[in-house]
Design a protein around this ligand. Structure first.
Ligand code: SF4
Ligand code: SF4
Ligand code: SF4
Length: 341
């Protein structure tokens, strides 16, 4: 039997065509990568009944179910409908919950480290921000990759995505509680940016300019002289990407941006994308959109009506440094490269 397969249609519903003809891989979103374990039963059932019995952890933290036959896609969509309704509904995402599964694939799953729920190094709550971002980016069909990481260790590799959000803190020092043991100084020196020193009075001096906001000093103080304030603050990294042509590490766009400003800024993403792409959500990721219109236009549109907190620093310019694969100068003799005369 020959099937009339509409690859483009089901791709938009988050089914990826397999190398095995007629088979597809379903990518289930898991915003912030932290979900109720009850859904694992559904995933297992789908893998065993409609897939090939296997399972893949998606590189963007999706549940990937391999080996789904094209003709079974409607049945699978029926089964995942309650999942989509709950996962997206809990995050107040305003999409149409019809029988076609996901409405679009462009906004990729929001990745996050476990920082929000578990990691003692977390400066901010990654799942909380991921949940807020899901409402913004999954109500829009435009292509974007995002990642949220709880501290500057960046375990989730937010520097290699269109928008990376790095949790940071500005530790507050209580001089009266400080016993001058030097543990925070040693820690900052060992793992961070060496901005602390003990002064003649046995108290701590800090060069606030180069503090990276990791909070390691807080974790080492035996007398709670350092504490993380409740402020929800992020560094925003933009334009990172991998790929065959022009991979590059993202660059810092905003430092010490509070969470309200982050949300306001990201609410401008849809208008920015629509402007660059003339209202057509084609396959072109965020970093490329910035390149297309230039950083000044990106900055102006993304910060439109954003109420920036006083500490927030915004980049004046960005010097991208692409990794140019084609040259491969580091592994080839110059004279072996065809384009070199
Ligand atoms: S990025 Fe920081 S908070 Fe997140 S898992 Fe790594 S160390 Fe923990
Ligand atoms: S937050 Fe990190 S970089 Fe800043 S003073 Fe503490 S240990 Fe040093
Ligand atoms: S670790 Fe705490 S008590 Fe020790 S020097 Fe630092 S702030 Fe003072």
């Amino acid at each position: 039997m020959t099937l009339d397969i509409n690859v483009g249609k089901v791709r938009n519903n988050c089914y990826r065509q397999s190398k095995i003809p007629g088979e597809f891989l379903l990518q289930l979103r898991s915003p912030g990568a932290f979900l109720d374990a009850k859904w694992l039963e559904m995933v297992q059932m789908l893998c065993q009944k409609y897939g090939d019995g296997n399972f893949h952890f998606g590189t963007r933290q999706t549940f990937n179910i391999t080996g789904i036959k094209y003709e079974d896609i409607p049945k699978v969509n029926e089964i995942i409908k309650p999942y989509i309704e709950e996962i997206e509904g809990d995050r107040n995402v305003d999409i149409e919950y019809n029988d076609d599964g996901y409405p679009y694939i462009g906004p990729r799953n929001i990745m996050a480290c476990i920082g929000g729920r578990h990691c003692i190094k977390a400066a901010q709550n990654t799942q909380r921000l991921a949940d807020k971002l899901e409402k913004i980016i999954y109500e829009s069909p435009y292509q974007i990759k995002t990642a949220v990481t709880g501290c500057p260790n960046d375990c989730v590799k937010a520097h290699f995505t269109d928008f990376g959000f790095v949790g940071v803190t500005r530790p507050v020092y209580d001089i009266d509680r400080c016993i001058g043991c030097g543990a925070c100084v040693d820690r900052c020196k060992a793992v961070a940016t060496r901005v602390l020193s003990l002064n003649d009075q046995g108290k701590v001096d800090k060069d606030p300019c180069c503090c990276v906001g990791c909070g390691e000093c807080v974790t080492r103080c035996p007398n709670n002289a350092w504490r993380r304030p409740d402020r929800q603050m992020w560094n925003v990294i933009i334009g990172g990407r991998t790929g065959k042509q022009f991979p590059r590490m993202g660059q810092m766009f905003a430092r010490w941006m509070d969470e309200d400003a982050v949300i306001q800024m990201m609410e401008n993403w849809k208008d920015f994308s629509a402007y660059v792409l003339d209202n057509k959500p084609v396959y072109l990721h965020g970093g490329h959109l910035i390149d297309r219109v230039g950083f000044p236009t990106f900055k102006k549109m993304m910060l439109k009506d954003v109420d920036l907190n006083p500490e927030c620093l915004i980049a004046d310019r960005i010097n991208w440094t692409e990794k140019e694969y084609r040259s491969s100068i580091n592994v080839m003799k110059v004279e072996d490269h065809k384009n070199v005369k």
